[in-house]
Design a protein around this ligand. Structure first.
Ligand code: SAH
Ligand code: SF4
Length: 341
């Protein structure tokens, strides 16, 4: 269903009256439900066809953490591929972290998805259906003391969204146009895929852009983020600066802190300098160890020291909480577990 664009939904049911398109848009996007059986004003035959031929994925595994404020889902697509989405409740927002690809071709050494390799792109429908699933889930089981609909979306699950550009954009068009999500509450996170960053500047929406930097020293960054050889850090920063200058939206620089790799004073000073230059906000997150790498996060003392240096050097910094640490919430980890169980 979601694979078909909202405008063309009627074409799937040519014998039905035209108003069915509006009803379908309502059930798929405005007030999503967990099962086609709940689409009460549609004829039974249609509901059956929807659930048999057109349902985007089934829930394969659900995990809960942080006293019910974090839910992590492994969703199984119709071709058997597994993707992850993570729902996080906060007092003023409910944030969904979504996947844009099955696997990822960028091969970052510390990332479970990168270690897995690239399988395929998700289509726009499979991307947006993760949001619909979350809204359907929330309508039945809201998270404690959090908004009962998805208010924020971050493209920080599996995959590199800007390497799957058209599908990412089409999914955003539907989220903003049909699902009541403000573009200002959507964050596209990129490893620094420069052609996509450049195209995003020309899109009409004031989206948030997060750039996963991880090192400011080119040779070090190439070790952690191999795509740095193709899109070097200077080009990434130039594109981020243009994004800020054109959109007036503060870019965030993401930094996964890995003991002995990118946690030195030199890195902190270099990062603060870059952040000041392009008016960026820095988000530091401690590495969530993955099974296929021996990398570890620094000690808490060392993390504090790194943050202290950044602040002293004039950077705006947030230490991102590691929601769902105990449920393998870092990108790609639940799937690794599922496929080896
Ligand atoms: N491909 C995009 C978006 C998905 S990854 C990107 O790289 O930005 C989303 C974020 O999760 C990135 O900032 C990435 O560096 C981070 N990440 C990946 N694996 C991690 C791990 N094991 N521990 C902590 N953060 C991780
Ligand atoms: Fe891909 Fe992002 Fe993981 Fe790197 S961190 S491998 S770009 S998903």
């Amino acid at each position: 269903m979601y694979t078909t664009s909202p405008e063309a939904l009627g074409d799937l049911f040519i014998d039905e009256p035209r108003y069915r398109t509006d009803q379908l848009v309502e059930w798929l996007y405005t007030h999503p439900v967990l099962s086609a059986d709940d689409m009460l004003n549609l004829p039974k035959s249609m509901r059956k066809q929807i659930s048999e031929d057109h349902w985007p994925f089934v829930l394969d595994m659900e995990q809960s953490a942080d006293n019910g404020l974090t839910k992590k889902w492994l969703l199984r697509c119709t071709d058997g591929s597994a993707i992850e989405a993570v729902l996080m409740g906060y007092p003023t927002r409910t944030t969904l972290c979504i996947s844009s690809q099955v696997g990822c071709a960028m091969g970052c050494t510390f990332c479970a998805t990168g270690q897995f390799g690239f399988d395929r792109h998700l289509d726009a429908g499979e991307i947006v259906a993760q949001v619909a699933y979350a809204n359907a889930y929330l309508s039945e089981s809201p998270l404690p003391r959090s908004p009962e609909r998805v208010t924020n979306v971050v493209f920080m699950g599996m995959g590199e969204p800007l390497a799957n550009y058209d599908n990412t954009i089409e999914s955003i068009r539907r989220m903003t146009g049909l699902m009541g999500i403000s573009a200002r509450s959507i964050t596209v996170s990129t490893v620094g895929f420069v052609p996509g960053m450049r195209k995003l500047i020309d899109e009409p929406w004031p989206l948030n852009l997060a750039v996963s930097l991880h090192s400011t020293i080119p040779s070090e960054r190439s070790k952690l983020v191999p795509i740095n050889d193709r899109y070097p850090i200077d080009d990434v920063i130039a594109a981020a600066k243009d994004y800020y200058d054109t959109k007036g939206r503060r870019v965030s620089l993401e930094w996964t802190l890995i003991a002995g790799e990118n946690d030195s004073d030199e890195e902190a000073i270099g990062l603060a300098k870059l952040a000041r230059k392009i008016h960026a906000h820095v988000n530091v997150i401690a590495l969530n160890p993955t099974p296929m790498s021996s990398d570890l996060p620094p000690s808490n003392d060392h993390i504090r020291r790194f943050l202290g240096t950044l602040r002293r050097e004039g950077a705006n910094v947030t230490l991102r909480d590691t929601r769902g640490k105990d449920i393998d919430a870092a990108c790609g980890q639940l799937r690794l577990r599922a496929d080896t169980r």
